[in-house]
Ligand binder design. Sequence first.
Ligand SMILES: [Zn+2]
Ligand SMILES: [Zn+2]
Ligand SMILES: [Zn+2]
Length: 504
Amino acid sequence: MASVEPQMRTMVALDLILKSLITSHDFQELPNKNWEAIARLIPGTTSGMVARRYEELLFNGEMFTFDHFDKNFGSSSGNLPISMSDPNLIAKSSLSRPDSGKGKGTRDDKDGIGGRDATAGKGYKDHGPVMVIHVCDEAKSLKQDFQCPRDLLVREMKYFAEYLSTDAQRWEEVDISVHCDVQIFDWLMKYVKRGTKEVSEKPRLEPNNVISILISSDFLKMDSLVQECIEYCHGNMSAIVATPCNMNCINDKLVGRISDLFTHNEADDIKDRKDKFKSKLFAKKIERLFEMDFNNPDSPENCSTLYRCSVCKKLLTKTLERKVKCSTSRMTVDKRGNLIYCHVRDPSFDVNEYMLELKSQLKNWRDVYWRLWGTVNYLTCSRCGETFMCNEYGHCKFHPEPPRYENSSSYASYIGTYPCCHQKTLRFDPTQQNKGCRVRDHVVNMISLNPENDNESEDSPPNKVYDDLLAHRDAVCVSYQRLTDASHGYNADKSDGPEKYEGF
Ligand SMILES: [Zn+2]
Ligand SMILES: [Zn+2]
Ligand SMILES: [Zn+2]
């Protein structure tokens, strides 16, 4: 009574695969379905058989029949369409019935809908029957059986609750086989049974097991354990990456959840000599920078509106374009007589290309992150009065010597010359452009950043931006570059071309 005919196994395997295809919208939309390829997956089937069965399942909607097969599916029948990112762990329900028949329920329910009626579950009020889980550790060629009361198993490992029917009477017919590292599964079982007589002490997460446990618990849908693992990763990442564990199996969603726990400073502090995870964290943080609605305590501004101005070549966002001046050629006067600068969106700018360019230039995602962060976040300089992007922190322009005015009584006294660079200047320059010939660090006045000061109050605390800038200045800042060499005098600005850097 303990096994299923080979022919039936084949049908079970076929149904299982077809069932997942039926629920796949993409597959359903395919004009030409490759039955041949599916038949090759299941020894003993032909493409004709596969196509016929597909139609049957699709049009009969006989999911009950299918459910029945599902639970009796044989572990020897080849690949199940269940996989997870960790190739070491594949869970599946198994065909073999428990030898012992421990269950208290009746066994006559197998064929009819009647077996699925309301009596289901009534026999298992206490802890439910004990389930046997066969663990097959292929890497170590080990097999081990674990036992666990059904209710506990279903409550802790939601995967089984979803994958197997909630029909309690069927449970006693089901064995579960899991392909997994035996030690890891042993750990998981202890976790499931924590606080019971059998396991008084909760098993501990360690740097060398947390990643396997994270991946397994995520697959088995052990939500609270996944959260514990993620928090453990947050607290112990440097130790974890120092172990030989494989971090490549962590799926994107989990990387995102881990990454969100780290502030960018914490992520930066991870010691990860072989870069097993740090780049992944920062790549995720870059993704977040581009999310418009993501509330990011590390970055008051985001990159969602990033573009390049074709005139001044600066990278700007919706917020920055109003605060950062364009070249004088783009200067106009508004109704109230204020000077305004309108940047021009460069249609050839492609943000993805730009990212790849940055990556190849800076080599790693951590540096790309800081550069981007410094491109969209800004501060105001109390000396030159300009709003500057953090990556231009060292670009506060100045002349080392004051201008000299010819003769205080004549017309010419309005025009002066800087001895340092021979630039001409007006005593009252209407363009208010800073044309200093040297650069130094901007001055961020912490007093004006005080939240009591209304000017900046709506922004998140700018002193955090300033602190982060100072702590990561090497990665954030770009060096000052003159795109053309100093020209002579004030008039030169009027021919301000796109190649020309401001101020000369
Ligand atoms: Zn511009
Ligand atoms: Zn000068
Ligand atoms: Zn400045």
